[in-house]
Structures are given as C-alpha cells and as structure tokens.
Write a protein that binds this ligand. Sequence first.
Ligand SMILES: [Zn+2]
Length: 336
Amino acid sequence: MIKKDKNIFNAINKYLTKKGHELYFSIYLSNYNGNEIYIRFDYVSKLTVYKIVWVDLKFFDIKHIEDYINVQTVTKFLALAIVEKLKKKDVPNRYEYNEDIIGDRVEILTYYNNHEYIFDRFLPLDLEFLIDPLALVFSYLPRSMEVFLHEIFGKFDHLEDVYNYAKPVKFNLLKGDASKIFKPQIIERGQKYYEEGRVHFLEKIGNSYFAIVEGTESYVVIINQVDDSHIRFWCSCKYNTFCKHLYAVLLAIRNKKFNNFYKLKYVGKEQSILEKITSYNYYLCMGHDEEHLLIVTIDGVIFPVKTIKNNKCLFEVVEDDDDLSLSKYIKDMQQE
Ligand SMILES: [Zn+2]
C-alpha cells in the first residue's frame, strides 16, 4: 500500500495548474481493491471546457508526470449539469470510517465549497447527491475501473454482501457471532452440511484453513486469518457470497474436526506444469478419481493430474491417511 504522499498530489496539482486547470473536485481511491487512483474533475477556463484527469499512483513517476497523467475532455452539457447540481448542494463534511474494512477508502474533496466526504468501500446512503458526479467521472475512465464504481454504489444496489465477501472482515474465528456475517437460512443449511459430515478435509497451513466440502460437487474453502482481528472467507462455489460451505467449515474449525489432506511430492525429472506455476515443496491432495490424483492448489483450485504416466506415478505420497489408502491406490495403478 502506498502511503498518501502529499508531494505527489502537490506535484500533479502544480503540473495541471500550469496547464490552466482549476480543480473542481477530486476523488482519491486509497488501497481500493489494492489500487491507488487519483481522479480530478477540472475546469480549464482558457478553453471553457471541463476535463477529467486520472492517475494510477501505483505506476507513477514524479519526474515524468506528463507520461502518467490521463486527460479526457467532458461533454460540456453533462459537465455543466453536474456542476450546477453540486453548487446547489451544501452537504456538511462526512467521515464514515468502517473498522470492519481494511483499505478501500474513498476520499472526495470539493474545492468549490471546501468539503470532504471520506468513507470506506461504500458510498453512504445519505450522500446520494454524489451518485451523478461519480457516474459521470467514471464514464470517462477506462472500463476496467467500472468495478470500483459498482462497488462504491454497493449500498444502493443492496450488494454489500457480494462485495464484502472474499475481503477481510473483522471477525473472531472461534467466538465471533456468525449471524453478523451469515444469513439465517445459510446458517441452517451450513449446519446441516456440517452435521451430515460434508466437510471432508480440514487443515490449518500457516495462517489459513483449507477445507473440502462435498456439495453438488467438491468445493474448496479457504479461511484466512489476515491479522489479529480480520478474517478472509473464500469458497470455490459459484455463489460468491457467505455460503453454506463456509459456514460448515467454520463449525468444523470451532469443533476442531481437523482431517489433514494427503500430501504429495513431485518426483518426476521434468518440471511439471504445476511446479512451474507454484513453487511448493509438496501439494495438497484430496484423493483420486479413476485415473487422476486430485491436487488442491493454494488458490483453491482442484487440479486433476494423471496418476500414471509411462507406467510410473510421478508423485510420491508424503502424508497418507491411517489406512494408507492413497499409497495403495497408486501402487495398484502402477501394477495395472
Ligand atoms: Zn460455497
């Protein structure tokens, strides 16, 4: 994360002032989904046009400002409509910090009436007057930045859960009140999954819990202790929200139902694709299907690899279950 460096902002301001830009309002996305974006809405009186300027501060060199500044001229009709609207509004400063959220800060400064609106991740509902200016500004930014706008408007679309999911949330893994994160029907279904024994593997590796939950198919769950008070929940299912698989694993963690993954070591001479994309000494494995070992990557992908190649298995079991079932399976496959 880049610390807000006043020098950078001053340098950009100086550069643009020289070009006749007057700053009307600015938006600074600070560590927003890991990005540092500075956006300005400027008036250039000499040309009587409004311009939108944006800078990706992660790729910025103060010595070559001109190479890193992006400028777009705004349709005058739209710009004036926004300006008129904003001038009429005089909403007091707002500082809405959310301690559940790490990063994702938005700082909006208005220079025509000197106000600050600072909030974390979501535009507060009562700052609705900022929707049009934000939408206009973002319509002039690269399309890849639209995701930020959608997320900023999350409260208005009732999609907070969707955006909060897979980001760190303030939560005590062992004692926290799960009903603050999980919906009642999800808790009910997750509890059922847990009781049906659908959490097949559960292991803590470093600061992360890895688990496999058997649903319609096998899902990988990763629950990561980000720091002392924040947890990141992630599941490979398609729901992209705090799902029953996550809740089932949470219960398994709280009830200490640990069950280690199989561990495999690659023993082939040639580098495998897996070795090329990871740099791991061993791989987590959740077992096998008819012809494949099912490797679980640290990103939560189930990766089937052929068990036998040229009559040989290129993986060696370094951790098996009590019945040595994976070693037996590999041995049987090699004899076939
Ligand atoms: Zn899930």
